[in-house]
Design a protein. Structure first.
Length: 368
């Protein structure tokens, strides 16, 4: 028998929290159970009932990991020399790049790292002329990459939401500051390149935003597109990617976990709802695409005020051709959030990020 998904996680979360604080008198332990589609509590009076709960918890912890529909081959690459979470990644001219993020001590970085897949080696390109930050923008457009925005301070402190944006030329290593982003919603922006223009949307900050801003490099100006109220819901940790010249966006958190998935025609501001993200809503996931699929890796499910929820270890992929999702593997280092993902050729690279205990990773993997 497969228990309802929400019940599995409730039991698992209760077991994890309870096993560390079991009172000497186990007769006073409470457990969750399912009654008339609602959760209730009951007091354990006998050891037999305690063992039942532990058995259910074991079942729940096992059931939380869905068997993949297929198993894609995954290869471990060279570890990045510095651990990073909440960094930003992009690919350019056959190489991967990682900017910013924070290390195991919580120190924010403004270093730019380059990964060469041919040599399987990392190179520290040094400090960028930006303040250290997390959750920044990094979007290639033509021969340049636009890097900036993000966060480097304390919540609700406007100066901590960084508005500066820079144009980086990987071929020469030159940096040029362009017009600042027009609002303080600068955290975790989703971005797309369309022609020579940059689109930045669904960034968060002091609040959640579903604004779409377009940057014109000729006039060095930002334009906020009118909202027709038919867009995806705003939230923290929304993610997206471009596949087959089509833009997709979804997930996130806004008072609740969001399983939304949309196609966005940004030139017309026309939005089409797609099949929802399976196996539960998520945010803080890695997301990238090759010519056939969009990949969503890991992320967090927030469990509400009484629990921090859990992290996903699964690898999902979405086919724009069929509007279908499938689970295609499991991340070798387990559940993770605030990870990176980028694409070189047809290969998907992912890694870094942090686990449920806040341990920050250095691993990089490639999906063949």
């Amino acid at each position: 028998m497969i228990l309802p998904r929400k019940l599995r996680f409730k039991i698992a979360e209760f077991a994890r929290s309870s096993l560390g604080i079991l009172p000497r008198n186990y007769r006073e332990i409470y457990y969750c159970h399912y009654v008339n589609n609602r959760f209730a509590t009951a007091k354990i009076c006998h050891l037999k009932q305690l063992l039942l709960i532990l058995s259910l918890a074991t079942l729940a912890l096992t059931a939380c990991h869905r068997t993949p529909d297929i198993e894609v081959p995954i290869t471990r690459c060279a570890d990045m020399p510095a651990p990073r979470a909440s960094a930003t990644a992009f690919a350019y001219a056959g190489k991967g790049y990682v900017f910013g993020g924070r290390d195991s001590a919580g120190t924010l970085s403004n270093h730019l790292w380059q990964y060469d897949p041919a040599e399987d080696k990392w190179q520290d390109l040094g400090e960028a002329p930006l303040k250290p930050r997390v959750n920044a923008l990094a979007q290639p457009v033509g021969e340049y990459v636009y890097i900036g925005m993000g966060f480097n301070g304390h919540v609700y402190n406007d100066p901590s939401y960084l508005r500066d944006v820079w144009r980086y030329a990987p071929a020469t290593g030159e940096w040029l500051r362009i017009a600042d982003f027009p609002t303080t919603n600068t955290v975790r922006p989703v971005s797309y390149a369309m022609g020579d223009q940059l689109y930045v949307l669904y960034s968060s900050g002091p609040g959640f935003s579903r604004d779409i801003h377009r940057y014109d490099p000729v006039s060095d100006t930002w334009t906020c597109l009118p909202d027709d109220y038919h867009r995806a819901k705003a939230g923290n940790g929304v993610f997206g990617a471009t596949c087959q010249n089509r833009c997709f966006i979804g997930g996130g958190f806004n008072t609740a976990n969001l399983d939304q998935w949309w196609e966005a025609d940004l030139t017309r501001d026309h939005w089409t709802k797609q099949r929802a993200i399976p196996d539960g809503a998520r945010f803080l996931s890695g997301c990238t695409a090759n010519s056939r699929y969009i990949y969503v890796l890991g992320g967090r499910y927030w469990g509400g005020a009484l629990t921090s929820g859990h992290l996903y270890a699964d690898i999902l992929r979405f086919s724009p051709e069929t509007n279908e999702w499938e689970t295609c593997g499991t991340m070798p280092y387990g559940g993770a959030e605030n990870l990176i993902a980028f694409t070189i050729g047809e290969h998907i690279y992912f890694g870094l990020g942090e686990d449920i205990d806040g341990h920050i990773h250095t691993q990089l993997y490639r999906i063949e």
